[in-house]
Design a protein around this ligand. Structure first.
Ligand SMILES: [Zn+2]
Length: 90
């Protein structure tokens, strides 16, 4: 069992959270300018790091907010959590 520190609710069981993917992938600033290959790469290509990795998780059975989680993918140890940054405006 993983214990994840929600920045809004405190420590909670992993079963209250839903994994949301890689937190390091930046959305293209102008998606319409991408060709199919670049768009497909944005949607599908991910690294598979062995070690520390930043991920998005949603506290789906709690406050329902999205949070950032730094997790070691080898040990599953949760190293830190943080509230997500506000969306960037272009
Ligand atoms: Zn929460």
């Amino acid at each position: 069992m993983l214990l994840i520190e929600c920045p809004f609710c405190g420590p909670r069981d992993q079963t209250e959270f839903t994994y949301g993917g890689d937190a390091t992938v930046a959305r293209p600033s102008d998606p319409a300018a991408l060709d199919d290959e670049a768009w497909s790469a944005y949607l599908n290509l991910r690294t598979n790091p062995a070690g520390e990795h930043d991920e998005l998780w949603q506290h789906s059975l709690g406050c329902r907010r999205w949070i950032g989680v730094r997790r070691n993918t080898l040990t599953h140890q949760i190293l830190s959590t943080w509230p997500p940054a506000p969306p960037k405006t272009a």
